[in-house]
Design a protein around this ligand. Sequence first.
Ligand code: FAD
Ligand code: ZN
Length: 487
Amino acid sequence: MPSSSGAADALVSALSEALGADAVLAGGDLSAYEVDWRRRYRGRARAVVRPGDTQAVATALRLCAAHGAAVVPQGGNTGLVGGGVPDGSGREVVLSLARMNRIRQVDVDNATMEVEAGCVLQAVQQAAEARGLLFPLSLAAEGSCTIGGNLATNAGGTQVLRYGSARDLCLGLEVVLADGRIWSGLTGLRKDNTGYDLRQLFIGSEGTLGIITAATLRLHPLPRARLTAWATMDSAAAALALFRRARQQLGPGLTAFELMNGFSLQLTARHFPELARGLPGMADGHPPAWSVLLELSDTEDETQAAARLEALLGQALEAGCIADALVATSLSQARAMWHVREAIPLAQSQEGLNIKHDIALPISAIPDFIARTDLAIQRVAPGARMVDFGHVGDGNLHYNVQAPEGADAATFLSNHEAAINEVVYEAVTALGGSISAEHGIGLLKRDELVLRKPALALEMMHALKRALDPAGCLNPGRVLRPQASPH
Ligand code: FAD
Ligand code: ZN
């Protein structure tokens, strides 16, 4: 077994010699690379390699393969399922793409952009905007997550309803395989039926099939008008009725439809009282049962767009579908509404340890799912507080559970987490849903995947893994349980 003690390690020496000593970190404080964002996973890296270009990634992988070393790719380290940090063995090499952050080119007429994997999402958005175009992927971690990580996890976020997930925003990829060979699939073509769509294999594979080093991204026209509104209602079914109307009346202009239950807003009001005050029903800190944030963006001018949004909300009020509504009249008011929505996960962590479920359901099944599962959870964990919010226009709920008021959260989790997960995932499975809508599998849901995915699907996934990474060096044990570990 190779030593993991920095200077004496033959692999570390070979990497330093080939890539330059400044591209290889070993022996010092590597904690920034070893702990995940939620602080649920904490490991120890044999070394952190920070290549500056695709050839250097290829060299690093060839050397790691020759030494039989496992490689854990990492972008911005904002992933929520523990897939991007090393395990505790001290034998896994972290491959950070952070230095590969160049925007290689923008083709305005083709509405595409070629970027390196380590580009921070916000920098990609800004570079598109500077050329009068939109890269619509948008999520609260956009200031630090990377496009490589977004593609590796097939990230979703708040604009999926209109523009799709990361998968839908990528036309081509450059990937380094486990043995160090480079696949150059950087194409900006909208149509290309030349056999299997290899790019789709790597998107969502969470670093287990290859290292994404660059991508050709699909851009969209920049909307001229962007309007945000907040509406309140007394049931999830009423929120769904509003969604039906909004989809019908706003068509593709409907870019976001986010649902929040009363308790998620109560928590936000408790921990960030300055944020929520001006919103309907929030003045006294007792929010209505349900609220929705919706966004209309379009290429028509602002007055026309506002008229359409006002008409939608007016009719929904008249029909008794919603209780109250407010259209933001300034950019700062719109931002304030988004801040409230985005503060929910932070308010949850301030409140204490909690259980998260990132699930997908047929949109039509959501009200029924919530009603039944809320009750079932109370049976196994009386007093549990439900934090329900999410991208309901995509059928994606963040269906989270907080310990009862005043209870010790760690004890609550150790006593009830397994039973609560069982209740939630059984209900999701019964409705034909998914146990991971947008965050991926990583380590967190790997064992649940074995229980929930059809055996034949798992068999095909393992076959792909063996074909592309026969030695099992790429992010081993993430997504799939190792079948026969060479490490
Ligand atoms: P990392 O965390 O570094 O890595 C994630 C996974 O991808 C790991 O398995 C890693 O090994 C692999 N990987 C990274 N780079 C590469 C590469 N170049 N090649 C191959 N594999 C690679 N997700 C959503 O979908 N929607 C949201 O709304 C959302 N909101 C979030 C809000 C917050 C505050 C936070 C912290 C996270 C949120 N996420 C959300 C999670 C989301 O998965 C990440 O933010 C993002 O997509 C990961 O990018 P990253 O560069 O940080 O990847
Ligand atoms: Zn989300």
